[in-house]
Design a protein around this ligand. Structure first.
Ligand code: MSP
Length: 651
């Protein structure tokens, strides 16, 4: 059996969960689901880090006792993850009694092996980071993270003699190129290790701090918060005893952001070496979510709460966008607008439309029953081979945490399926011959492609994947068996279920709305009264009756080919048209009275205004407007006199 053990940092309980924490935990969840699909025995750990100065200060600020305070915030973290469909197997807290026991066990072990020394130390201490800094680490004499000047402290403390493991660590990193990924962080650690390592101060006198785990060999000290925290990864799998530890530890992989690279890539392997435990298998390091070039953090007051994102976008759209927008390892800028654009383009348009398109056609042409495919033609075989060959790429990219690339290759396939449908034109096959065998094959290829897509998206969008499986009449548990190796597993003759639109399109918020409103208000204040304003408006209009050519040039008129037309489900006067101009889009048009049989419009060329702001018409988004003439006879479509390429500009 292959094992997989994934961890997130345990988060400080001095702040509520925000998008930064959510991203790391989401990455761990996605990898955990992925490895589970690969048939591995997986374990996913997250939790909270609850000791130290920072926490005491945060509790004091709230006028609470530390324990009462940590209970409250830890609960917020525990409750945040289900909202994002993140499912850890265990939630650890450093105040758990078994963790306290493990930390003391490790301390004793290191102490007994002679790797801990008691020394007087004078150094520059940052209370925010809860650690001493070397002069060379400071920027303009200030802490690089907090921008505050560290305080000179002189005290007796216990030190972990980390420096003696420096050469071993360098050697380990060099021999294991995957130990720290992406490579830039491996290089960063190796370059840091070119200078001699200091020993690590691992105690704090109880005169200064009592909220910590007492040193088992000196009750006048508590353990330094990092020495305590890192050990959580061992506690959770039952170190030092038991099978659980033996089987899980060799498979452990940590996910962190770059802020805590040094404790994970330097202190931690040395601590483990000192107690005779192997270093973690891999450490995966990602960049920061930023808002306007600044790291998102509580201290900067620029945090986005995961719950707000889920409320606005939904669970799977949030999961998708976070993984698609950040190249793992690099910083990424968060913007609600970018997210909205992604949701509309990738989810509502590409994926959502594809799913409803395929199922709608199956209902229209085969009453929702999966048909028996006939012989495949070369265009089918091409698509099938894309579906199958995506597997290797997907496995590699997911394995190396390249989520944005994995998703973009799935979307390439989704676009291929959309293109396939446009090319084979099932509606034309149906028109030609209702019982066409070719149409059976085409429908089967479309449905089976959907099954592949549902599997590929599962780790990132489990809910959507399950909805598609449900619609295909398949058992959800089959997703986990990940049958991407075989084509044609969808049972012929089975019934497909109708499905609600997966991702409704989202309105792009008008960023300048508030500004515009304010200008409007100021304007109206200046005017003397409503009447005067109205007559001024009228005068303006008269002057504007003749328009300048530049105004006309703003209107983008195009030749559009109607590729599908149907009655609007909620309005008698409207038709829902699918047009090509040259991109495919939906236009809702008020021409139903002239076309009681909308299908006759398929294939016709019309003129559309293609750069109108999208509007929702009775629940359906319309992307453009059809130009028609209306007289007492009724409605007349406008078109070009000879057929033109769809999308040709009218000038
Ligand atoms: N308690 C320590 C970790 C101990 S692990 C043995 C700690 N806690 S923390 O609450 O500050 O969490 C830091 C982690 O939160 C980062 O490494 C990252 O996983 C996540 N993030 C916090 N802010 C972030 C961003 N702005 N962007 C991306 N991730 C961020 O350090």
């Amino acid at each position: 059996m292959k094992y997989f053990y994934i961890t997130t940092p345990i988060y400080y309980v001095n702040a509520e969960p925000h998008l930064g924490h959510a991203y790391t935990t989401l990455v761990a969840d996605v990898e955990n689901r992925f490895h589970k699909m690969c048939g591995e025995d997986t374990f996913f750990l997250t939790g909270t880090d609850e000791h130290g100065d920072k926490i005491v200060q945060a509790a004091q600020k709230e006028g609470m006792e530390p324990k009462e305070y940590v209970d409250r915030i830890s609960k917020m973290f525990q409750e945040a993850w289900p909202l994002l469909n993140i499912k850890p197997d265990h939630f650890i807290r450093t105040t758990d009694p078994e963790h306290i026991r493990t930390v003391q066990y490790v301390l004793n072990k290191v102490y007994e092996s002679g790797d801990i020394a008691f020394r007087e130390y004078e150094g520059l201490y940052c209370f925010g980071c809860e650690r001493f800094y070397m002069e060379r680490e400071l920027i303009d004499g200030k802490c690089p993270d907090h921008g505050t000047e560290p305080v000179r402290l002189k005290e007796k403390n216990y030190f972990f003699l980390m420096s003696k493991y420096q050469d071993w660590l360098i050697d380990h990193i060099k021999k294991n190129p995957d130990f720290i990924t992406p490579e830039r962080y491996r290089n960063e650690v190796l370059s840091f290790l070119k200078e001699p390592l200091d020993d690590l101060c691992i105690s704090r006198p109880t005169s200064r701090l009592t909220w910590g785990i007492p040193l088992p060999f000196d009750e006048n000290f508590v353990t330094y918060v990092w020495f305590d925290a890192l050990i959580n990864y061992l506690t959770a799998v039952g170190y030092p005893d038991g099978d659980e530890f033996k089987k899980r530890w060799p498979a452990v992989e940590h996910v962190i952001a770059k802020d805590i690279l040094k404790p994970h890539a330097i202190y931690w392997p040395c601590m483990l070496k000192a107690i005779g435990v192997d270093p973690p298998r891999r450490i995966h390091v990602h960049g920061y979510w930023q808002i306007k070039d600044q790291k998102m953090s509580k201290s900067l007051g620029n945090v986005i709460k995961p719950k707000d994102l889920v409320d606005t976008f939904g669970v799977d759209a949030t999961r998708y966008c976070l993984l698609r927008e950040m190249a793992f390892g690099l910083d990424a800028s968060f913007s609600q607008k970018a997210m909205t654009i992604r949701v509309n383009a990738d989810l509502a348009n590409d994926l959502g439309n594809l799913v409803s398109r395929i199922i709608t056609m199956l209902y229209k042409y085969r009453k929702g029953v999966v048909p028996q495919p006939d012989d495949y033609e070369s265009i089918d075989r091409e698509l099938i081979s894309s579906a199958l060959s995506l597997k290797g790429q997907w496995l590699n990219l997911m394995e190396e945490f390249s989520f944005h690339r994995a998703l973009s290759s799935i979307w390439e396939f989704i676009n291929k399926v959309n293109k396939y449908i446009d090319t084979v034109a099932p509606w034309a096959l149906f028109k030609e011959d209702k019982d066409s065998l070719r149409l059976n094959t085409v429908l089967y290829v479309m449905l089976e492609s959907l099954r592949f897509i549902a599997i590929y998206i599962y780790p990132v969008m489990p809910e959507t994947s399950e909805k598609i499986f449900d619609a295909l009449g398949l058992n959800k548990s089959e997703i986990l068996t990940k049958n991407l190796t075989y084509w044609q597993l969808l049972p012929v003759g089975s019934k497909v279920n109708k499905i609600k639109p997966l991702f409704p399109r989202m309105e792009l918020e008008d960023k300048n709305k508030d500004k515009k409103n304010k200008i409007e208000k100021d304007k109206s204040k200046k005017k003397e009264g409503k009447k005067m304003e109205d007559s001024a408006d009228k005068a303006d209009k008269k002057d504007n009756e003749l328009i300048d050519i530049s105004l006309f040039q703003k209107v983008d008129l195009r030749v559009a080919q109607i590729i599908d037309a149907e009655k609007h489900p909620n309005a008698d006067k409207l038709l829902k048209l699918k047009v090509k101009c040259p991109d495919e889009r939906t236009i809702v048009a008020g021409i139903a009275e002239a076309f009681p049989n909308p299908k006759e419009l398929i294939g016709k060329q019309v003129i559309v205004v293609s750069n109108l702001k999208p509007v929702k018409l009775r629940g359906i988004m319309s992307y453009g407007m059809l130009l028609v003439a209306k007289d007492k006879e009724g409605i007349h479509l406008t078109s070009v006199l000879t057929p033109a390429e769809p999308g040709t500009k009218i000038s």
